[in-house]
Design a protein. Structure first.
Lengths: 145, 455
């Protein structure tokens, strides 16, 4: 494990590394698509995507169970007869960690992470404005840099 | 003399290198500490690495915690950031170690507990305030933003004019007051947020940066042309490669980008500071972007003291597009170097200079005293929050509720576009009944999806 002076060395080295080769042409620039990809996996931040079934049932809805969500799920023919607590219980039994006190905005940095759409057990809505958010809502098929 | 000592300390630091983590580790300390400039930062992995340093809870705890928090904020891990910020703040306020204080008084200053400089503590309070604000805990947000102002006020007597110029804290203090229905207090806070004081040598520094950026732009255009040529002449050519050698002035940027949505979602925006920092405007906005650009200042030390330098980042302005429509500029509310440079001189600095001078005198003494003195380590405190941004800009507008694509276009000090620093974020939710606040950090190649061909 490093000591503090070594931390400074690391920083200076990284700065030097950034400066080295600054006269070289940079790598090619392939711009990110200007069109937003479709939301595949919905969550509390994107809002419920009509027709989506809860992920615990093999669907693409990662929204936190509540009465409003249940109403919409029922309207789409999913979870009929279930309450929000029933769905939350099903998630818990399957080992998923839902959004709750102390688990509001972990963005995958929690013991249950990564997010369920990336193969983990975390169902905390991802933080908008991050790379992680874009990966989670699209699923695992994003091209990795 | 001063320059020589700075160069020598830089060389000493480089010589003392050997910081790489074991090869089997997935990320190294270098990865973690260069996350702000990395084209592919792995925030979660880096945060996990720094968490192990925080857990040691040694004299450098607050320092590691600050860097850890920066990684968490960049990665969107606000739960972890808030918890560590609270611990760190308590630690700074209450932890004492007299033995270490005594040791630092006669030897290397970095032996004592790290508690940060006024600007670092102010920034820590600002982040805490912001996270409380985002949780709609406006009273605690107000308390932390006010505390940030108090921390800023602890700078030395020679900089007393700069004791309440932490504009970032004043801006958010104003917003917190608005939420608490205290519009008169908000008005005062916004007025303070809009005032930037010129420090000694600032005009000269700005002119030098502009001159340097002008030179850099010419080099950049030349190298970008070469890069594009290489991309299209490669076998096979790089699919989707774009020529980004064009670096237009900010004012020449179009009102709508080619892919802009059919309707402009921005209902209210402004480019005028006097309007932006007004209660009337701030009451109407529902989307606020907290945009961090560049990298924080660098600190170098010798036996006589420490010296702070602006790190050589280039993105000095930020322009916001929403769904492809020009929404306006983000206003600079923090220049971290300015805050670091106006921390002033304290008793600690005088004591450090005395230590350095004593060592220098002793080194001239005969009969082995000089040789022994040469081994006396009296260096100043070299520790600083290395993952701070260079600047913070704030954008606020009234936007139609829904999911929006936000694009940040950065410009250099002369207002010329830096295409490699474009930052596009998809599906940012703007809600019907509450405001949306997002923390964004610019970095090189954020929008570059080029994947090098594997050999």
């Amino acid at each position: 494990m490093c000591t503090y002076p070594q931390k400074i060395s690391a920083l200076v080295l990284s700065l030097c590394a950034a400066l080295v080769g600054c006269e070289q042409p940079p790598e090619p620039y392939v711009p990110k698509s200007s069109t937003a990809p479709a939301v595949v996996y919905c969550n509390d931040n994107t809002g419920y995507r009509p027709g989506a079934k809860p992920i615990v049932m093999g669907g693409t809805c990662c929204c936190t169970p509540n009465d409003e969500l249940m109403e919409r799920l029922h309207r789409d023919g999913h979870c009929v007869g279930m309450t929000a607590e029933d769905l939350a219980q099903q998630y818990r039994q399957a080992g998923f960690a839902l959004k709750g006190p102390g688990h509001q905005r972990c963005n995958g940095l929690c013991p249950q992470g990564p997010h369920a759409t990336l193969g983990g057990k975390c169902l905390c809505p991802p933080t908008p404005g991050t790379d992680y958010y874009e990966k989670v809502i699209v699923g695992t098929n994003l091209p990795v840099k | 003399m001063r320059r020589v000592t700075i160069v020598l300390s830089l060389l000493a630091i480089l010589a003392a290198c050997g910081c790489a983590e074991p090869a089997d580790n997935k990320v190294t300390l270098i990865d973690a500490l260069s996350a702000r400039t990395s084209s592919n930062p792995r925030h979660n992995d880096c945060a996990k690495l720094l968490a192990t340093y925080c857990q040691r809870h040694d004299k450098d705890y607050a320092l590691w915690a600050m860097d850890y928090v920066s990684l968490c904020l960049m990665g969107g891990n606000y739960d972890a950031a808030k918890a560590e910020l609270m611990n760190c703040q308590k630690d700074i306020a209450s932890r004492q170690d007299k033995n270490r204080e005594t040791a630092a008084a006669i030897a290397n200053e970095s032996q004592k507990l790290f508690k940060g400089e006024p600007y670092e503590r102010a920034m820590l309070c600002c982040y805490l305030g912001l996270l409380h604000y985002m949780d709609e805990d406006y009273n605690n947000a107000r308390i932390f933003f006010a505390k940030a102002d108090q921390e800023d006020a602890t700078c030395g007597d020679d900089m007393k004019d700069f004791r309440h110029d932490f504009q970032l804290a004043h801006y958010w203090l104003g917003r917190s007051y608005l939420k608490l229905d205290q519009s008169d207090n908000a008005r005062v806070a916004f007025a303070k947020a809009s005032q930037s004081l010129l420090r000694k040598g600032q005009e000269k520094e700005t002119a030098a940066i502009r001159k340097q950026h002008d030179k850099d732009r010419n080099t950049r255009i030349r190298l970008e042309k070469q890069s594009y040529k290489n991309a299209i002449e490669a076998k096979p050519p790089v699919a989707g490669a774009a020529d980004v050698s064009d670096s237009p002035a900010w004012g020449e940027m179009p009102a709508a980008l080619p892919y802009a949505a059919a309707t402009n979602p921005v209902e209210l925006t402004t480019g005028k500071p006097e309007e932006f920092f007004s209660v009337g405007y701030q009451q109407q906005v529902n989307l606020i972007l907290f945009i961090e650009t560049g990298t924080g200042p660098i600190r170098l030390v010798d036996d006589y003291g420490d010296y702070i330098f602006r790190s050589p980042y280039i993105e000095r302005n930020a322009l916001v597009y929403i769904d492809g429509h020009r929404a306006g500029p983000a206003f600079q509310v923090l220049d971290v170097f300015h805050q670091a440079d106006t921390r002033g001189k304290s008793e600690k600095d005088a004591a450090q200079a005395a230590k350095g001078l004593t060592k220098a005198v002793l080194k001239q003494m005969p009969f082995g005293v000089g040789t022994a003195a040469a081994y006396w380590d009296v260096r100043a405190d070299e520790r600083y929050w290395s993952l701070l941004p260079g600047e913070v800009h704030v954008f606020a507008a009234k936007v139609r509720p829904g999911l929006h694509t936000v694009s940040i276009r950065c410009a250099d000090a002369n207002g010329y576009l830096l295409p490699r620093y474009n930052l596009t974020r998809y599906h940012l939710p703007v809600l019907e009944d509450r405001e949306s606040v997002f923390i964004l950090s610019t970095r090189p190649e954020a929008d570059n999806v080029y994947v090098p061909a594997k050999n």
